[in-house]
Design a protein around this ligand. Structure first.
Ligand code: ATP
Ligand code: MG
Length: 424
């Protein structure tokens, strides 16, 4: 293997078996988004570096150390492979004036890139589905975003738990910031290198530390929750009331601050203890300042993003990933007359909406039947000289019991369709 080229570390191929699982997952997700009235937005994978610096914040893990940034040699522009989707969604909404006639419910899906240490559930190219509700100020939209994810978990057969917090508004965060700095200064010895560096630039970020040694000093830190102003408190109460009325359980986690700078008020994470350290499968919240910060007319906003790899891992742990079925038919044939007939039969099956693999490469019936079995097809459609002369096919069930039978092509289509329906 030494001189073969491998994929880039932390960036994975998605082979056909896995790709089919992804397709099934994506079909559920797309239908779920449609039912909630969210519409897809597709943006480029490359953006100007300045977009992420402004949106995510200079003193964040992503901007400080995780971005794939390079200079476009042709014009000297600094470009970055998108590490997340919200900045691009907001940029596009501003650029195309999407909010001119009111709020918009949007979603996006695709690869994101972060230069992290690869491990289970943490990759350098990973995939997110993100949902953004732009232009809505009320707590109802925060609750809708959370409730719709709860609905999706039911459809996927998984049960992560919900952590909820509020980051309040700017004044409260300013007061909290001063208290936090004072607290950490008093415990300067307990701070790790990241924390010391962030103490004066972005102390809130220290709460987000993944270093277990920081846990005690973080647990004792002053809580933003205790600084809330009236409007933010009322908003948070509104979110909680709606969640309570939908029967959605949550745990208030006053340490939950999220790794990006743009959040205010409601923040939430769906977490699980079944995926080791990479336990957050979905995270989001409100980011009312971002549209204006990126140069748009002020507009409130809220959203979330979920990691597809982690959700699929959780589904696997829950045993709810279903293997995709093989094709409906594998057509085997021998002889020149049989070949032309086999092509016609395969075309007729496909025109009827069935998945038909036509054997390629010749060989004996025996070796062709081995391929048919390996293809996981439900039926082998066998065409020899006799069948070709009679314009018929022999149908042999490969997955279920049952006799081989010789029938007209139309009858074969009926039988295959019936089998498809039973399979569901
Ligand atoms: P973490 O704390 O695990 O680093 P994060 O706060 O950086 O996550 P977000 O930016 O909120 O993550 O991204 C939303 C979701 O995307 C995460 O909850 C997770 O499911 C997924 N995700 C983030 N980074 C990665 C990664 N490197 N590999 C796989 N999934 C990821
Ligand atoms: Mg991260």
């Amino acid at each position: 293997m030494s001189n073969t080229i491998q994929s880039v570390r932390g960036m994975n191929d998605c082979l056909p078996d896995t790709a089919e699982t992804w397709q099934a997952f994506e079909a559920i997700v797309r239908d779920w988004l449609r039912r909630y009235g969210y519409r897809e937005l597709r943006t480029p994978i490359l953006e100007q570096t300045g977009l992420f610096k402004r949106a995510i914040g200079e003193v964040t893990d992503i901007v400080e150390k995780e971005m794939y940034t390079f200079v476009d040699e042709l014009n000297g522009e600094s470009l970055t492979l998108r590490p997340e989707g919200t900045a691009s969604a907001v940029r596009a909404a501003i650029q195309h004036n999407l909010l001119y006639d009111g709020g918009k419910r949007l979603w996006y899906a695709g690869p994101m890139f972060r230069h992290e240490r690869p491990q289970k559930g943490r990759y350098r190219q990973f995939h997110q589905i993100g949902v953004e509700a732009l232009g809505f100020a009320g707590p109802d939209i925060d609750a809708e975003l959370i409730a719709m994810t709860a609905d999706l978990w039911r459809a996927l057969g998984i049960a992560p738990t919900l952590q909820l917090n509020t980051l309040g508004d700017a004044d409260a965060r300013q007061r909290h910031r001063a208290r936090l700095i004072a607290h950490y200064e008093q415990h300067a010895d307990a701070l790790d290198e990241d924390a010391r560096r962030r103490l004066h630039s972005n102390p809130l970020r220290i709460l987000d530390s993944k270093n277990p040694a920081m846990a005690p000093v973080n647990a004792a830190a002053p809580r933003l929750m205790d600084e809330l102003d009236g409007a933010a408190r009322t908003h948070f109460d509104g979110v909680r009331r709606l969640l309570d009325s939908c029967g959605i359980a949550y745990e208030i986690n006053p340490r939950l601050v999220r790794g990006l700078d743009y959040y205010n008020r409601t923040v939430f994470e769906w977490v699980t203890d079944q995926l080791g350290a990479q336990g957050t499968v979905c995270a989001g919240g409100r980011y009312d300042g971002l549209v204006e910060q990126l140069g748009g007319k002020p507009a409130p906003a809220a959203g979330f993003a979920m990691g597809i790899e982690r959700l699929l891992a959780l589904m696997e742990a829950a045993g709810t990933v279903c293997a995709m079925p093989g094709p409906d038919a594998y057509v085997v044939y021998a002889g020149e007359a049989a070949e032309a007939h086999a092509w016609r039969v395969a075309a007729a099956l496909r025109a009827a909406g069935l998945a038909a693999v036509l054997h390629a490469g010749g060989g004996s019936f025996k070796s062709q039947m081995k391929k048919a079995d390996a293809s996981r097809a439900r039926f082998a459609v066998i065409i020899g000289d006799d069948e070709a002369a009679a314009g018929q096919v022999s149908l042999k069930p490969l997955r279920d019991t049952g006799e081989q039978m010789r029938v007209e092509t139309d009858r074969a289509i009926d039988v295959l369709k019936q089998a498809c329906i039973q399979q569901g």
